[in-house]
Design a protein around this ligand. Structure first.
Ligand SMILES: *Cc1c(COP(=O)(O)O)cnc(C)c1O
Length: 367
């Protein structure tokens, strides 16, 4: 095995770096998943998980990646037709899942880096007659942050429409107010802002969503929301839970509470986003970089920067950083060559991010 690299040099927009003590928490003996020990573990996780999502409702844990719960959202949340708000590769995935599940849907698009605004959503709901809206809060492919509270308010004006949210790079990294904003379904994955190893996904659903789900015939088996909800209320899971990952989750939720809770975590991510903004404002001209999304619509967890110089590519910049021992991501999909992405989420710090930006300065100046 290669020697462990010092923490704080791995800035992908998922998976994110995991603290050694969280990794080590997994190395414990197995317990029977129908026994009192697992039930006690899941019971202990319930309140801190709800705190992460700012909800009084149960949050359930799935042994899958986040995409599994995107499929749950579609299968359990759409009766007639979904309106899919697409502004990047992950929001496109909701539309692809709807197509694959045979669910009627309308795809609305804005340019990568932009977001849908509440008035557009009002208009689209009027035009399409959709009874569910899919949206990605923080579009990790473009670094754009949707005005989710305002979109939710627009959706709430109609009482037959559900709002289904991918919060994969927002939950635990920037403000998400599930109950106060009235989100019907919101999901995330363990390997993003919660800074756990990949393999778990978390979600919570409103009572309205559950009522609708009970009437839908196409819920399938593994992602049947009705069953997950019943089991979560009894601190159980429908199928075998990923026990080792639950140990890591238990450890990480305790760490988050000890570090000042969710609001302190949001504040640290806000400071990291501002650090990148200040750096681009000061040096972007000389280094040939610009933010893709406009001010006010920038993710707190993923900064997507356009490369303005002829001949520079995202892949080449990421490779040059890797040769110095630092990991960032090139662009995603159609933005692969024209952008780079810095994932500053999870347990990263402003000081660590500043060190990375110092390295990138050297890389960009040479390139
Ligand atoms: C990473 C990511 C996903 C996909 O997550 P998986 O865990 O790979 O299924 C979905 N949406 C967003 C916004 C993401 O960043």
């Amino acid at each position: 095995m290669s020697p462990p690299v010092e923490f704080g040099r791995f800035f992908l927009p998922g998976p994110t770096e995991v603290r050694p003590e969280v990794l080590e928490a997994q190395v414990r003996p197995m317990i029977g998943h129908r026994g009192p020990e697992t039930e006690a573990l899941l019971a202990r996780l319930a309140a801190p998980l709800s705190a992460l999502f700012r909800t009084s409702r149960p949050v359930f844990v799935s042994a899958s990646s986040a995409t599994g719960l995107m499929e749950m959202a579609i299968r359990n949340g759409v009766r007639r037709k979904a309106l899919c708000l697409v502004n990047g590769a992950f929001s496109q995935r909701f539309a692809d899942i709807a197509a694959a599940c045979g669910v009627d849907h309308h795809v609305a698009r804005v340019e990568p880096g932009q977001t849908f605004e509440a008035d557009q959503v009002r208009q689209l709901l009027g035009q399409t007659g959709a009874d569910a809206v899919t949206v990605v809060h923080s579009e990790s492919a473009t670094g754009a942050l949707a005005p989710l509270a305002e979109i939710a308010a627009a959706v709430r004006e109609r009482d037959d429409v559900l709002l289904l949210v991918d919060g994969v790079t927002s939950v635990a990294g920037s403000p998400v107010e599930t109950d106060a904003w009235g989100l019907d379904f919101i999901l995330t994955g363990s390997q993003k802002a919660t800074a756990l190893p990949p393999g778990l996904a978390f979600a919570t659903a409103s009572e309205r969503m559950l009522e609708r789900a009970r009437t839908l015939p196409g819920r399938g088996i593994y992602f049947d929301l009705v069953v997950y909800d019943e089991q979560a209320r009894r601190h159980q899971t429908p199928y075998t839970p990923a026990v080792s990952l639950l140990y890591a989750l238990d450890c990480q939720l305790s760490r988050i509470a000890a570090d000042g809770g969710i609001e302190a975590r949001w504040a640290r991510h806000d400071a990291m986003r501002r650090t990148v903004e200040a750096w681009v404002a000061a040096k972007g001209g000389a280094l040939g970089i610009q933010f893709l999304p406009r001010e006010g619509r920038r993710s707190w967890t993923v900064s997507c920067l356009k490369l303005m110089r002829e001949g520079q590519t995202g892949g080449a910049v990421a490779k040059a950083a890797a040769q110095l021992g630092w990991t960032i991501a090139p662009g995603y999909g159609t933005l692969k060559d024209s952008t780079i992405r810095i994932g500053h989420m999870g347990d990263h710090t402003v000081a660590g991010l500043e060190a990375l930006l110092g390295v990138l300065e050297g890389v960009l100046a040479r390139a």
